[in-house]
Design a protein around this ligand. Sequence first.
Ligand code: NDP
Length: 328
Amino acid sequence: MAAFKAWVVEKGEGGQSLTFRDFDEADLMEGDVTVRVTHSGLNYKDGLALTGRSPVVRRFPMIPGIDFAGVVEASEDPAYKPGDPVVLTGWGVGETHLGAYAEKARVKGGWLVPLPEGLAPEQAMAIGTAGYTAMLSLMALEAHGVKPEAGPAIVTGASGGVGSVAVTLLSRAGWHVIASTGRDSESDYLRGLGAAEILDRAELSIPGKPLGRERWAAGVDAVGSTTLANLLAQTKADGAIAACGLAQGMDLPSSVAPFILRGVALLGINSVTTPQTKRREAWARLAKELDLAKLAAMTTTVGLAEVGRLGEAILAGEVRGRTVVTIV
Ligand code: NDP
């Protein structure tokens, strides 16, 4: 196949445009493994790339899509051979390197992980970057040494992709999970994933005191800004918050009080360039620890042609859980 179907972001005088069109295989970027992409996912960052709302695309033309599952078609990397099922998240794919919303991708073999045993490709993309980031957050909390006996764990942006997987993983790990959401209608959904309490996100969205009542020992924050500041201010002594997102904003209007008066830790999560060993550990744990019935309950499936309308929807906070994009 000399050409394949792809979503393409281009930049012209009128700004960024998005089209679904044929893409010439000869125009794929450098890489030692060519993959027939079968599934992708929809993440917040994909919303930013598809709409151009934030400058995450830094090469034009760009095929957006930051994660995929697929089958190796050709490989110059001895670690992979044709027919191998693989997964990719991060590494600038869909931002600086041609990405996943296409029938083909060419990437560095070192960016791939083998499809984890026990997961179908569509399940791997139901997890996707968001779910993988939720696991990295849980691993960071564990590495810090904070345990469920210390108190509840809060998850913000709970109805979203990172949030839904984080609620599921933390509850399975024994935490009393407080799910913070702006969507009252999703309370039953969140309880079904394992949330013990629902908190209206409005309570965390407005500026609060530098130190407040100690309410949780741990947290996974997909929201940033004032919400993260309030999370820190209400974390129990020696607790920790894993910060991975910015759905409310990139700012952090906080103070040093939680750190110096309560020994609270802020753990940064970057899923894009995680080294291979940790990457594989996270995927192996997801395959083992994530309840697949709950994963199915949080997943919606769409076709590749539908991707164009989903960027606005995810940025508006209208997408629940995870969305899998079926490509072939
Ligand atoms: P989603 O859009 O699926 O989830 C985000 C959720 O945040 C929404 O569903 C909503 O949850 C909540 N939210 C949205 N807008 C606001 C707002 N203005 N104030 C407070 N809460 C809000 O996105 P993802 O799960 O894909 O990603 C979540 C965040 O994590 C993003 O910022 C993303 O960029 C980041 N991320 C970072 C990674 C990393 O490597 N650090 C990797 C993956 C994601 P509800 O309706 O329940 O309130």
